[in-house]
Design a protein around this ligand. Sequence first.
Ligand code: COA
Length: 260
Amino acid sequence: MTFTTLLFERDGRVATVTINRPDKLNALNAETLAELRTAFEAIAADDDVGVAVLTGAGEKSFVAGADIAELHAQDTLSGQAFARFGQGVFNVIAGCPKPVIAAVNGFALGGGCELAMACHIRIAAENAKFGQPEVNLGIIPGYGGTQRLARIVGAGRAAELILTGAVIDAQEALRIGLANAVVARGEALAAAKAMAAVIASKGPVAVKNSLEALRAVHETGLKEGLDIEAALFGLTCGSGDFKEGTAAFLEKRQPAFTGK
Ligand code: COA
């Protein structure tokens, strides 16, 4: 696939999407958002892709936010549509049936932090910086930040970060659970790809159904979430991958999963 603002590559069952506007610190303009939607819809539909990695070009920035020049032009009505558009794109990523790992190689501010949070796992380089600094611009997070940050780090910490506009480093992001791991500068993409390869080696049906059950944490209460887990557990028990994985254990051999 070729894009104007993204790079797309596939290595085995791992697809890597790189936001490629390094002169603008990979800020998200309308074109980049539309291309992200196209890329992740294609990843969702491609049986040959098992896991995706998302990163930003260069060592300085993952994504430095929504494009402030585009943001400045919004009024009440267009601003709501602007937020809905970005939310819709991020929902495609969060709802992707393949795991999406963010390799946060630098600034993840505003829409960049929201984009990283729409991914299922975040690997941060030591120089990464996370934050929702929208209050500094007289605005609020509009691409899911108020909702996803609270669900990931808890309501109190989300309130502090969003209301002060504080920018935190990778170690603090790790401490509060916003980053899954911190690696050396320049190593986030390699670390994310290594984790992607581990996940891609597992039973595809189990990976897909685990992800769907995990998604219920964001979307339902505990009772409904447990119902969803039980239904997906049953569906998984009906798969060839389940029979193969359990048979391989009992026969003391490596499983050969087919994704069926
Ligand atoms: N939207 C549009 N352009 C952006 C941008 C954004 N969110 N973030 C950075 N850029 C652009 C700058 O305007 C600059 O472009 P120019 O060279 O044409 O002037 C270029 O990217 C480099 O940014 P610069 O500010 O010169 O880099 P820096 O190292 O001095 O500072 C940041 C880096 C991230 C601290 C700073 O760019 C910044 O605060 N960005 C905005 C972060 C933000 O508030 N995001 C939330 C938006 S809702």
